[in-house]
Design a protein around this ligand. Structure first.
Ligand code: UDP
Ligand code: MG
Length: 312
């Protein structure tokens, strides 16, 4: 493994409870396996705890540790994006700070990368330990949903824990979308991509930084940036309703003219009106959300702002 220069990318948001251990374990794996040419890039995503100070101390003692400090909390995906932008390795591995994905797998991933002559080795979670059933169920259905909706195949149960090489890094840098759904984008870039099955552990310490609100936003970005199918579904529902209404009109007219059972009653009418207003509002809201995304993109603001860089 002497030949490859490896960049490890670690986004951190309020990770004071784990960050030292994370550094130690990553560093140990690199040293024990003779991956001597490496850099460890920590992105401090506007942490409000001791994360940054701890990272500064680590960076002062180890010149191979590079530190990108954001001006505020921009989110996990922007943090990973910055990591990829600053990675100078031949290959890069993206890993969370909470050690849910074991750094001990790096050598095996690099092995797969070399053996398969591929450009991406993406981690697939075979098992998830210590995550709430809510998280497991929502994650499961989210990945299924996105697989069905997406115009680019996004592999099931795959997070951002993955190895990417220079070719992918260079293509990624050209992508200027400001709301990035990274796992989708990397899939979209193409080249040979190989799965790597592993067991996801429990978070070492601290709480998840992905509350439901962030999870929903993340899922929405994933779906909307990779699929126009929701819009088509609206059109289909609209057409179905129109046809249904035409038949109902015929039925009512028939009842009025040819049979003595003229249709009466307001309750059914009211229910139908409310039901279809609901569908209309949801569809309108969906379209508005796509427009809002366009608005975000058109503004063309940077994805993140850097307060300082250390050891670059
Ligand atoms: N993270 C980040 N910015 C955020 C939220 C999370 O940089 O706004 C980092 C976090 O420090 C961790 C990774 O993203 O390294 C994944 O977050 P977390 O483990 O909380 O998510 P989960 O595994 O629960 O989905
Ligand atoms: Mg985690």
């Amino acid at each position: 493994m002497e030949d490859l220069y490896l960049s490890v990318i670690i986004p951190c948001y309020n990770e004071e409870a784990v960050i030292n251990e994370t550094y130690e374990r990553v560093k140990r794996v690199l040293c024990d396996n003779g991956i001597n040419r490496h850099e460890i890039i920590f992105i401090n995503d506007g942490s409000r705890d001791e994360t940054f100070n701890t990272l500064k101390m680590i960076a002062a003692a180890d010149k191979e540790v590079k530190l990108v400090d954001f001006s505020r909390n921009f989110g996990h995906q922007p943090a990973v994006t910055a990591g990829i932008h600053f990675a100078s390795g031949d290959i890069a591995i993206i890993i969370d700070a909470d050690l849910q994905d074991p750094p001990e797998l790096f050598p095996a991933m690099i092995e797969v990368y070399k053996k398969e002559h591929c450009h991406v080795v993406y981690g697939v979670r075979e098992e998830r330990e210590g995550e709430s059933w809510m998280k497991k169920i929502t994650a499961r259905y989210f990945y299924k949903l996105i697989k069905n909706l997406s115009e680019t195949p996004v592999p099931l149960d795959t997070g951002d824990f993955r190895l990417i090489d220079k070719a992918i890094i260079n293509e990624f840098k050209k992508i200027t979308e400001s709301n990035k759904f990274i796992r989708g984008i990397i899939s979209w870039i193409g080249f040979k991509q190989v799965p790597f099955y592993y067991k996801r552990n429990e978070r070492l310490a601290g709480k998840t930084k992905y509350p439901v609100r962030k999870m929903i936003r993340f899922a929405m970005t994933g779906i909307m940036y990779f699929s126009k199918k929701p819009l088509k579904i609206c059109v289909t529902i609209g057409l179905f309703c129109t046809v249904l209404a035409l038949f109902l009109i015929l039925y009512v007219l028939y009842g009025y003219f040819f049979s003595d059972k003229a249709v009466s009653g307001w309750a059914s009418t009211l229910i139908i009106v409310i039901f279809f207003s609901g569908i209309q509002l949801v569809s309108l809201g969906l379209v508005a959300q796509y427009v809002a995304n366009i608005f975000d993109e058109v503004k063309n603001r940077p994805e993140y702002i850097i307060a300082q860089k250390i050891n670059f």
